[in-house]
Design a protein around this ligand. Sequence first.
Ligand SMILES: Cc1cc2nc3c(=O)[nH]c(=O)nc-3n(C[C@H](O)[C@H](O)[C@H](O)COP(=O)(O)OP(=O)(O)OC[C@H]3O[C@@H](n4cnc5c(N)ncnc54)[C@H](O)[C@@H]3O)c2cc1C
Length: 379
Amino acid sequence: MSSKEPYDVAIIGGGLAGLCLAIQCAENGYSVILFEKEEYPFHKVCGEYISLESRNFLQGLGMHLDQLNLPIIKTLQLSDTNGKLYKFNLPLGGFGISRYFLDNALYKIAVAKGVEVWTKTKVNEVVFEDDLFAVQTSQQTIVSKIAAGCFGKRSNLDVKWNRPFVRQKNNVLNNYIGIKYHIRHLHNPAEISLHNFYNGYCGISKIEDDKSCLCYLTTAENLRSSNNSIDELQKKVLYKNPRLKEIFEKATFLYEQPLAISQISFNKKSQVEDHVLLLGDAAGMISPLCGNGMSMAMHASKIVFSTIQKYFESKLSRGEMEDQFASEWQREFSKRLWMGRTVQRFFGGNQSTSLFLQTMHSIPFLAKSVIASTHGKPF
Ligand SMILES: Cc1cc2nc3c(=O)[nH]c(=O)nc-3n(C[C@H](O)[C@H](O)[C@H](O)COP(=O)(O)OP(=O)(O)OC[C@H]3O[C@@H](n4cnc5c(N)ncnc54)[C@H](O)[C@@H]3O)c2cc1C
């Protein structure tokens, strides 16, 4: 271990959960170190539609969203696998912004607030001993009083810790892949489209600079049966929805290669592992069709920050802090995650998707209530 004074908080992973937590901790005078394995700015597989529930929170952290002229999204357009369209109003709505821009802006705020950020640094292990954490990278081990795991959907630490969701056999809630592009395409900036195809769905919405984000989720099996070729998958499977065929054929693609991730799981996860507090996708991932994972990650950072604060003020013991965080997390998010898993099961099948969309469309009250129950309130 290094001989330096322990940091108050060590954060593993500099996505939305990690950066938002780091900023709040630094603003309140705690010493914070954050490890991110990539180098900012960088692209991430994500639909880049943020529910408006987190707008005030982001502004409070120092993001001047009003000055960015971002598209405000108010309606959801869905098509079934045959391209039949349905429209729904989004009760709260959202806005579009790329992760390349957003994460980098938060990183700069974190540095300005005094967070020590180690980029291009992967954490290999976290060990809890004598009421302190030893956070190990290939170069060094640092010591902290609190450790927060904000390492996303699936990291080397999930595998190392043999977390139950990593051990689960393939089922209807895991083994998905995500593919993303930035494109230029004529698209109503006030609308997010979600086009279904066999065993998957593809979201398209505007982000900054009149670009659009096109991002889809599908099963690993769909890719395997297309000879592991993304191009073949798109032509063989996605193009069966005429809406998607038209977009792929008409849009200008801004990356040479798409961004891809695999082994996505919506199965349940724990919120604390060996005293490490977990938040964001590391604590549980909501189906992307709910368009709400980013807001959940940010909201969780607010919840965990307030429990950490109580711990440092000696109002809670470590065990009480962990229990309070886990129960507040469950209270805030478990119903949403359940609804996300339920809705996810309906999408992808040719008939089940059509039936689901027809039912939602013919009973607007039901549609409103399903959309509302996958979203939270401003925090
Ligand atoms: C296909 C798809 C589409 C989506 N679309 C949307 C959408 O439109 N709207 C929405 O709100 N949500 C969406 N989501 C969900 C959203 O992307 C996540 O919920 C959100 O990014 C979670 O943030 P996070 O901070 O937990 O994780 P991340 O943003 O993934 O950040 C984790 C960070 O940890 C780093 N890391 C991992 N391991 C280590 C390590 N050992 N050491 C150091 N660093 C490490 C990673 O490099 C990464 O930067 C989508 C997800 C997918 C898969």
